[in-house]
Design a protein around this ligand. Structure first.
Ligand code: FAD
Length: 451
């Protein structure tokens, strides 16, 4: 017998329930990845994520080869390709991880329908992408939790499933494969992009647990110290399993590890919101009837990191350079766009998705809505002041100076407010004046919101 494992957001051999199930029931498996042209046409296949994906697939193939197998790669419509591989190999089952986006659930429906006229059945596995499956924890009278704290209480009490070992050997059915698109052939990649792959993810996890996580509670907002795990791209591509990361962090046991696990619960929280409300990927989760401003000049300044607010600009330039941004930066730039400039959150979400290596619909769209006040934030009218945030979370200005070399020689007292420099000092700094007064932006937002 043959079973297909369709890899999607679970590009790993360790702790992979879909792979385990296929291995258990079949003599041979087809570890299949499809370059899905449908996904490409949604604009989701951007250079940074394609480059990271190339690493992931190369590493997945290497891991399978070490175990006597190999990865099977196809391109085209994912449903056609699975159907074809099933026919070619006589497979009787297709295993896939459950997804939460509309795209993923539609893919499941289409697969089920396409396999309907064959002897092959689709098996969808929960709690592969997230640690706790969306819909597993429900409040009374609702199909999802809309507030994080009560969700977290239940989530923490529920615990996560057991972690599965990677298979020792893999026997792959005889079937043709295309090549993995090499990373070197992908243009437009951010120069500071991290390496992908399960091996890289596991190494990062180990060094994080031995060297970083203990200081997380105190250090996670120290933006210059860069003291977060940077595991988000691995969690996004599933080169690490969220369940395994949580289990390993719990064993570490420090208060830093507890704070870190709480952040992973946010990931599950946003996934269960999107699973219940897939429309929230594009529409306001809570409609307020905002009449967003359109101002091309200000929006372009935000996109290019030229707003005149160093903390905002530094973060936007980090995003372009690394395909990643620190969470504090994400919160501040999102508040600046959607509240200070009062520009539609979708404009920012789209830009993030065009660059973020960890960019995904659940975390990105729901965090943008959270920041804009249209989502699940229980204080939707708070506005983050980028000067105060900068002084608080980058007190020495080293984050700002790292990404804005033009401010390298500005004294600490002015590094978050370079407009306070006087005379020749100001003239010698090639950095724009603020595009908007913060007080004016705040007043406009509060008036629009009736706050
Ligand atoms: P750590 O601080 O080490 O946290 C560990 C893990 O917890 C992260 O890898 C992530 O999986 C999870 N996590 C932490 N914070 C959040 C959060 N607020 N929501 C959901 N999960 C969280 N995260 C993404 O993975 N993809 C996105 O597209 C994304 N877009 C965002 C957009 C905005 C406007 C904001 C404010 C946040 C966004 N985040 C997103 C959440 C968060 O900023 C990143 O997960 C985090 O910065 C990744 O860095 P890290 O792995 O070092 O995080």
């Amino acid at each position: 017998t043959v079973s297909i494992v369709l890899f999607t957001s679970d590009l790993r051999l360790h702790d992979n329930p879909a792979l385990r199930a296929a291995q258990r029931e079949a003599d041979r498996i087809v570890p299949l990845f499809v370059y899905d042209e449908g996904l490409r046409s949604t604009g989701f296949a951007v250079p940074n994520r394609l480059a990271f994906l190339a690493d992931c697939l190369a590493d997945l193939d290497a891991g399978l080869r070490k175990r006597g197998g190999r990865l099977v790669v196809r391109s085209g419509d994912v449903v056609d390709q699975v159907h074809r591989v099933a026919r070619e190999t006589g497979a009787t089952r297709v295993h896939v991880a459950a997804g939460v986006s509309r795209y993923a659930t539609r893919r499941e429906e289409r697969l089920r329908a396409a396999l309907g006229d064959t002897d092959c059945r689709l098996v969808v596995h929960d709690a592969v992408v997230t640690a706790v499956a969306p819909g597993e924890l429900l409040p009374a009278g609702n199909d999802h939790y809309a507030v994080f704290t009560p969700y977290f209480r239940r989530w923490a009490a529920a615990g996560v499933r057991d972690v599965l070992a990677a298979p020792r050997t893999v026997r792959v059915a005889d079937v043709t494969s295309e090549q993995v698109l090499p990373r070197s052939e992908i243009g437009g990649v951010s120069p500071g992009l991290d390496a992908g792959g399960e091996d890289a993810g596991r190494r990062r996890l180990r060094s994080w647990l031995s060297g970083g996580v203990a200081g997380y509670e105190d250090g996670h907002d120290d933006i210059a110290g860069d003291a977060t795990s940077r595991l988000s791209p691995h969690l996004h591509f599933g080169t690490l399993s969220a369940a395994e990361v949580i289990r390993e962090a719990s064993r570490e046991g420090s208060s830093g590890a507890q704070a870190f696990i709480r952040q992973l619960a946010w990931r599950d929280f946003h996934h269960q919101v999107l699973a219940a409300r897939p429309d929230a990927a594009a529409r306001d989760y809570r409609s307020r009837g905002d009449r967003w401003r359109t101002n091309e000049k200000e929006t372009t300044a935000w996109l290019e990191g030229r707003t005149g607010y160093p903390f905002v600009d530094a973060a936007m330039r980090q995003l372009r350079h690394e395909g990643w941004m620190h969470n504090r930066g994400r919160m501040v730039v999102a508040s600046f766009l959607t509240k200070t400039l009062y520009v539609d959150w979708r404009v920012g979400a789209r830009h993030f998705l065009s660059l973020l290596v960890d960019g995904d619909v659940a975390n990105n769209q729901m965090n943008w809505q959270w920041a804009a006040g249209t989502g699940t934030d229980t204080r939707p009218n708070r506005v983050l002041n980028p000067v105060i945030q900068g002084k608080r979370f980058d007190p020495g200005g080293s984050y700002v100076r790292r990404w804005l070399p033009e401010l390298a020689d500005v004294p600490d007292r002015c590094v978050h407010e370079p407009w306070k420099l006087e005379g020749l000092d100001r003239a010698g700094v090639d950095y724009p004046d603020p595009i908007v007064e913060l007080a004016e932006g705040r007043a406009r937002f509060e008036q629009a919101r009736g706050a």
